[in-house]
Design a protein around this ligand. Sequence first.
Ligand SMILES: [Zn+2]
Length: 281
Amino acid sequence: MPELPEVETTRRGLLGAVMGQKIMAVTVRRYDLRQPIPQTFAKTLAGAIITNVRRRAKYLLIDVDSGHILLSHLGMSGSFTVRKRAGYEPKTHDHVIIELKNKTLMVFHDPRRFGVMDMIKNTDEATHPLLSHLGPEPLEKDFSPRYLAAQLARRKGPIKPVLMDQQLVVGVGNIYASEALHLCGLHPSAPAHTLATKAPEIVNAIRTILKAAIASGGSTLRDYVGATNEGGYFQHEFKVYARDSEPCFSCTTIIETCTHAGRSTYWCPNCQPIGGKAQKT
Ligand SMILES: [Zn+2]
């Protein structure tokens, strides 16, 4: 499933490829995504010029000069790629094709159709039901140690699902919550309120993990135009995620797993003891 780094990678790829381009034609081949694509979608976009490509949580927001925003989510299996018009033949799951003046196509591809393609007025962004409840961005200043400490202090549940709560902070999915807790040596089952004093380390770890993932995603961007549907993504090197029963890279202790809120969690019992690591003297 695309997480924040994949969406940010897609955003950067799209921004470089489509910024300032005029939309010549829009073809919607299937309307029935997670929520139906508005019937006015193609007509609203046609003729408009793309003025920005932004990201909020895992949503892509493509601004156009008609005062609208194309709001997109990649869902479970979606991708948004740019390719040359010449020689392009639509594939089965290419649901939306946006033709640009520079003879390229933006193609939204989504086999499982959990993605979103919506059209909103730019004045409705702050109140839109998909966007209005979202917490701060993890890489922005308002996700501060002080903010996180206050949030953790009033939550009794295990830390890992707390970090995945989109009202607390957006874009920390299952993979990055596990990896960030490993990086800062905290047990994923530790009660959140006991970790308020660890907020600076947690904020740092989340940012470090996300930035590293975005940076490695960036390495595929050179090939973005003309890429296949897999082209916008990258392979991660996980330290704990999906490594249950394998040895920890740091200490060779066997990685353990359990579930929190129905999602698999992974940790090293030596590097991430309950109660946190003893302070080194
Ligand atoms: Zn370890």
